[in-house]
Design a protein around this ligand. Structure first.
Ligand code: SAM
Length: 242
């Protein structure tokens, strides 16, 4: 397991680059793979169990959770991806299919067909990356169960069985808050997480900003600042009823 992850990290994460094996689309930004992995590993320290059900409630193309699922299959037992935008959820659903050996094998076949049709070596490299990711997934625990749905994060009321939320929220360049957004959307997002998650869950919110502001009186488990991004880790019980 360690060898597989080491191989991916050493390989510059090129196998996980947005649009390489995982699907991308115009207007759906990717996320730095190393930072995603760092956030997950920091959150891991605060989790109560050894394994976690992961959820991104603002999933966009599903890139962030798909990368985390492929890199950390040994920790993650289920991936949930929701977003208010139905087009985003459509792409996310296709990316989540790549959390299975069959999905990756089909992707490999598709990329090999493109290599033949367009005669470009780049497609062969991408096909090989899909094959390697499938091999890695097998070693790390096999198919990763997943689900996707359209949902406005601000109006959620039903409990969600997740232990860990990692979400990259809109920052106004390529993506914007939609739906029933309150005046302070991050506060609204955290309030929703406090409403629907088990109290022990860990929530990681990241954005392209200098600092993710927390409502007054809410304690951060940790804060992270890397380049033009910031992140904050909070416990669900600390944002219940805010
Ligand atoms: C920065 S993007 C997320 C990128 C994503 N993590 C990825 O890896 O592709 C922010 C997302 O928040 C979504 N969003 C905006 N308002 C929302 C809302 N009210 N409920 C759920 N998602 C929302 C947008 O549709 C957009 O896809």
């Amino acid at each position: 397991m360690v060898t597989y992850r080491y191989a991916i990290e050493r390989a510059d994460h090129s196998a996980l680059a947005s649009g390489h094996v995982l699907r991308s689309a115009p207007g759906f930004p990717g996320f730095p793979v190393r930072l995603a992995s760092e956030l997950l590993q920091r959150a891991r320290v605060h989790l109560e169990g050894d394994r976690a059900r992961l959820w991104d409630p603002c999933c966009g193309s599903g890139y962030l959770v798909s990368v985390l699922g492929l890199l950390h299959r040994d920790l993650i037992t289920h991936v949930r991806a929701t977003d208010v935008d139905a087009d985003a959820v459509g792409i996310a659903a296709r990316n989540l299919e790549l959390l299975t050996v069959e999905g990756l094998t089909e992707r490999e076949r598709e990329l090999r067909r493109s290599a033949r049709d367009f005669g470009r070596i780049a497609f062969v490299e991408r096909a090989e990356a899909a094959r390697d990711l499938a091999a890695g997934l097998t070693v790390m625990g096999g198919d990763l169960p997943h689900a996707s749905a359209v949902a406005d994060v601000f109006t959620l009321t039903e409990p969600v069985d997740a232990d860990l939320v990692v979400t990259d929220v809109p920052y106004g360049e390529l993506t914007h808050w939609e739906g029933d957004a309150p005046q302070d959307p991050v506060h609204g997002l955290l309030a929703a997480m406090g409403r629907v998650l088990p109290s022990r869950a860990v929530v990681v919110v990241t954005a392209r900003t200098r600092r993710v502001r927390l409502p007054e009186g809410v304690r951060a488990l940790e804060r992270v600042k890397v380049g033009n991004r910031a992140a904050v880790l909070v416990r669900a019980r600390d944002i219940a009823g805010i």
